[in-house]
Design a protein around this ligand. Structure first.
Ligand code: AQP
Length: 335
């Protein structure tokens, strides 16, 4: 890829955590769009494996998840010839810049982060400092690569905002060191909700297997989970205020087929939820079939995978070190 310090195209950056197998939410809300973005932008994609340990992880499982994340990103269409794809832990500059930025971030602003409040409630036995300073590491992840744009879901807006605040504060003291990234809302995308509790988003760390579709789920498992998806008693396929389950299924079906909500309502007029769930399940199975074929190929060829992520790390280190050196010089370190 072209990544250098004077890019022709606008640069976009996004990271995904290796905290479990990606869900249909990660796919429709993020990764599928990243695939499309590769033509328009110079893209940087990272596997946020450092972030994963804010929650306690079993080492063997974590290792497997990181491999899976790398294989899955390639399987969903990310191309190492076009984009920079790497693992965060392979680029030491992330941790180094995060330390420096920690000293330019206020306790008060970190205390206001809703994700910290949510996760510290959920993992009350392990409210570690990493969980608290997570947004600073995320700011380092972003600012090292000087992206113009960062694709964000609604849940991530607050984190991009704090990264922008830290960058502006630093630039205010030392001059134009960091590019201030803008949020990018992709033209197509969905917020996918839990199939069991459709008021909350589908999450890879959800302990209820029926709540999430994993990108590696078999066709049988996908169909079974959609059949069990929570709906309502109205029995009409249409968007409605008190129909979070059906709204979610419409959103998923729409995102995959390109049909509008009205077209979907017309298609299922006079039919029950059973038929609709079957169609949504089948659409998802077909969408994921080619992804799963590629995934099986990548995950069984560790040598090829290793070659790709090591090359990615080298390129990322080059870009990241340049930014870090500039920051260190500005702060007053001896290089
Ligand atoms: N349900 C979702 N619908 C749409 N987009 C989603 N994303 C996550 N869940 C949904 C988007 O996926 C990208 C990568 O997310 P992440 O793995 O870095 O963190 P996350 O948002 O915390 O994802 P999870 O699945 O909920 O992970 P866990 O369970 O580990 O916390 C982001 O762009 C996100 O918006």
């Amino acid at each position: 890829m072209e990544i250098n310090n004077a890019p022709q195209k606008k640069r976009a950056l996004s990271f995904i955590q290796s905290s479990g197998m990606f869900t249909l939410g990660n796919y429709l809300g993020a990764v599928k769009n990243w695939n499309n973005m590769q033509e328009e932008f110079e893209c940087v994609f990272g596997i946020a494996d450092l972030h994963s340990i804010t929650v306690r992880q079993d080492p063997a499982t974590l290792r497997k998840q990181i491999y899976s994340a790398a294989a899955m990103l390639l399987s969903t269409g990310l191309d190492p010839e076009k984009s920079l794809i790497f693992m965060q832990s392979h680029v030491a500059a992330h941790s180094q810049l995060a330390w420096i930025l920690n000293c330019y971030t206020q306790f008060g602003e970190l205390s206001r982060m809703t994700q910290f409040k949510d996760k510290s409630q959920k993992h009350s036995d392990n409210v570690n400092a990493g969980l608290f300073t997570y947004p600073v590491l995320m700011a380092a992840d972003i600012l090292l690569y000087k992206p113009d744009l960062v694709p964000v879901g609604a849940d991530q807006k607050q984190h991009l905002e704090i990264a922008r605040d830290i960058a502006k504060r630093f630039n205010g003291i030392y001059g134009d060191v960091f590019t201030i990234p803008e949020p990018y809302i992709p033209p197509i995308g969905a917020k996918v909700m839990s199939l069991q509790e459709p008021e909350k988003k589908m999450s890879k760390s959800d302990e209820n297997e029926n709540a999430k579709i994993l990108l590696t789920d078999s066709p049988d498992a996908i169909m079974r989970k959609f059949k069990r998806a929570v709906t309502d008693s109205e029995a009409r396929v249409c968007v409605g205020e008190n129909k979070p389950g059906i709204n979610n299924l419409i959103e998923i079906y729409s995102c995959i087929t390109g049909k509008t909500a009205d077209e979907i309502t017309a298609e299922f007029e006079g039919k029950g939820y059973g038929d609709f769930k079957l169609s949504v399940g089948e659409a998802v199975v077909e969408e994921l079939r080619p992804v799963q074929e590629k995934y099986n190929m990548y995950i069984s060829d560790k040598a090829q995978l290793e070659k790709i992520y090591k090359e990615g790390a080298e390129k990322a280190q080059y870009v990241a070190r340049k930014t870090l050196s500039k920051v260190m010089k500005k702060v007053g370190y001896v290089l």
